[in-house]
Design a protein around this ligand. Structure first.
Ligand code: NDP
Length: 504
């Protein structure tokens, strides 16, 4: 661990057990054990200090093969034979153990992602606990159905049986490493599947800790495996492996398309949760206090590294100027600082490479004629702590990159509209369809707009609400399939139809 990180840890009194967990080479977790990294290692960089936290195993296709074999063995072994109620107990024990380690995990996420430790404590970890608790309850309710055949002659008994789909490869991004993992893992475990997870090589710590916890609370070996390394190696090997039955991927649209094509070669079941460019409509009937507060949170929470970020605001001409002013003041007042600072809301982006990518989008917005309201000037502020200031541009149009491309950083674009028809048409003009938000105090208006907007998730007078009982997923370039909600269960189950011809 670099000296700079030691001082950073001292300043924010990072617990000794967290430092000890981090300050060692991180391997893979396969068949119930952490196995050492081979000689190939990736430097794990802490986003605020830009110092080296530790080395991370850079796995290979052989490591993937070992993990898939362990997962297949567990499926055929005690896990596959376990009565559902016992599986439910284990998932609840994992939820309890995770909840007891909320502070530990919050530190890991703040150190790994650079995100606000307060958000990690109140959003990421409780969100993951809630997912496990919710899906634990489904374990004992995955029934098939008995149905009378409607066209067959003679006496028959026909029924369906739900079976686990098998080994699930889970590929997750770096913005909510634990929470998004839990979106997939909880339902997969409830359905009786086993898992091989590939976290982003930028943020592997919470997945590794969760795998350790699972073993500690009694999960059989091989049920949860984690293979670390680069997406192009580990992710690709998982997508291609014939021993994997289902691939559940969350990440960018281009990588999702590539991974999906590979997965189809071996006929894997597929869920793709991809990027977004979510519109926000503020009508002339909006409560601007509510709207400004929720819009700021919907774009600047997690420093804008949000898949459903409300990044395109369409404000009615009659409220536009006042809304922009409220957004400007709100953005300027957001406290900026390192992830471990409990008071900081805007924290470093996950990596210097990503910060430069976001800066490139900001420069494009300046160059294309969007008008800066607050935030980053052309070519950035020259800070060296990974942070980009919350940035708002006005007078954006659909032919500008800021309104077309996913930025995944603290950058908001605003435009004004005259009629609701115009707002809906412009909102729906994106290739993405992950989320959309509507601000209005008129109930009929909100419901009618919710019907007309093309997106998998609609927020009314709020942004970014997530609940385990509600399915989350997009349309168009935002992918297909759902995480969470009862709708997710079938993606981890196979339905078998059994026909019995009865003889008199
Ligand atoms: P990427 O698509 O770059 O990566 C996602 C995951 O895929 C990572 O684990 C990555 O590994 C892996 N990967 C990369 N290349 C390959 C490959 N060729 N084959 C298989 N796996 C690969 O996304 P980011 O991590 O940058 O995350 C940001 C993106 O995620 C944004 O587009 C965002 O919208 C989306 N996202 C979508 C959500 C949703 O629910 N719809 C939620 C959260 C984020 P590695 O990091 O090692 O390269």
């Amino acid at each position: 661990m670099d000296q700079s990180i030691g001082s950073y840890f001292d300043e924010f009194s990072v617990p000794a057990e967290v430092a000890a967990f981090v300050d060692r080479t991180i391997g893979h977790f396969i068949d119930g054990h952490e196995i050492a990294a081979s000689t190939d290692q990736i430097d794990l960089i802490e986003p605020f200090t830009q110092g080296k936290l530790t080395g991370l195993a850079s796995g290979s296709a052989q490591d993937v093969d070992l993990a898939v074999k362990a997962a297949r063995k567990a499926l055929a072994g005690p896990w596959g034979k376990m009565p559902p109620l016992q599986r439910q107990k284990l998932i609840l024990r994992l939820a309890e153990a995770l909840e007891a380690e909320t502070d530990f995990f919050a530190h890991l996420e703040a150190i790994d992602v650079g995100k606000s430790i307060s958000d990690a404590r109140t959003i990421d970890i409780p969100g993951a606990v809630a997912n496990l608790e919710y899906f634990a309850g489904w374990t004992s309710k995955l029934d098939g159905r008995t149905t009378g055949a409607v066209a067959l002659p003679g006496e028959t008994l026909t029924y369906t049986v739900k079976e686990p789909v098998g080994v699930v490869a889970v590929i997750v991004p770096w913005n909510f490493p634990l929470q998004i993992l839990s979106w997939k893992l909880a339902a997969a475990l409830a359905c009786g599947c086993t898992i091989v997870c590939k976290p982003s090589e930028l943020t592997p710590l919470s997945a590794m800790r969760l795998a350790h916890l699972a073993t500690r609370v009694g999960f059989p070996d091989g049920v949860i495996n984690v293979v670390n390394g680069f997406g192009q190696v580990i992710g690709q090997a998982l997508a291609a492996h014939p021993g994997v039955d289902k691939l559940s991927f969350t990440g960018s649209t281009p990588v999702g398309i590539a991974v999906g094509k590979t997965a189809l070669d071996t006929m894997k079941r597929l869920t793709l949760e991809l990027g977004g460019k979510s519109p926000v409509i503020v009508t002339d009937k909006a409560n601007l206090d509510t709207a400004a507060t929720a819009i700021l949170s919907g774009i600047f929470m997690n420093s804008g590294q949000l898949c459903d970020a409300g990044s395109r605001v369409y404000a009615h001409a009659s409220v536009h100027d006042e809304l922009v002013e409220r957004l400007r003041v709100g953005a300027k007042n957001l406290p900026v600082g390192p992830g471990l600072d409990p008071d900081a809301a805007i924290t470093p982006l996950v990596s210097e490479t990503h910060r430069k990518r976001v800066l490139d989008h900001i420069n494009a917005a300046h160059a294309e004629g969007a008008v800066l309201v607050t935030g980053e000037p052309m070519d950035g502020n020259g800070r060296h702590d990974g942070i980009l200031l919350p940035t708002i541009f006005d007078r954006c149009t659909e032919n500008m990159r800021i309104f077309r491309e996913e930025i995944f950083g603290p950058v908001l674009g605003v435009a004004r509209f005259e009629t609701l028809d115009e707002a809906v048409e412009r909102a729906n003009s994106s290739a993405y369809g992950l989320a959309a938000a509507v601000y209005s105090e008129n109930v009929d208006e909100t419901i009618l707009l919710a019907r007309r907007l093309k997106a998998g998730n609609i927020y009314i007078n709020a942004h970014g609400l997530v609940d385990p009982a509600m399915p989350f997923g997009g349309l168009g370039a935002s992918g297909f399939g759902k995480d969470m909600g009862p709708e997710q269960l079938d993606s981890f189950l196979s339905t078998k139809s059994v026909y019995t011809q009865l003889r008199n």
